[in-house]
Write a protein that binds this ligand. Structure first.
Ligand SMILES: [Zn+2]
Length: 42
């Protein structure tokens, strides 16, 4: 069992699961509502 986090859009659609580390950041466009969400490692 992984400990990947789930990243969800404000509209609650699941965008992806993953483990952001270091200086990583990702930008994901929601296919449901079209908003662009940016996530950075915390
Ligand atoms: Zn959305």
């Amino acid at each position: 069992m992984s400990d990947y986090k789930e990243y969800r859009c404000d509209c609650h659609k699941l965008l992806f699961r993953g483990d952001l580390s270091g200086e990583s950041s990702v930008e994901v466009k929601c296919k449901r509502c079209g908003s662009v969400n940016t996530y950075k490692a915390s």
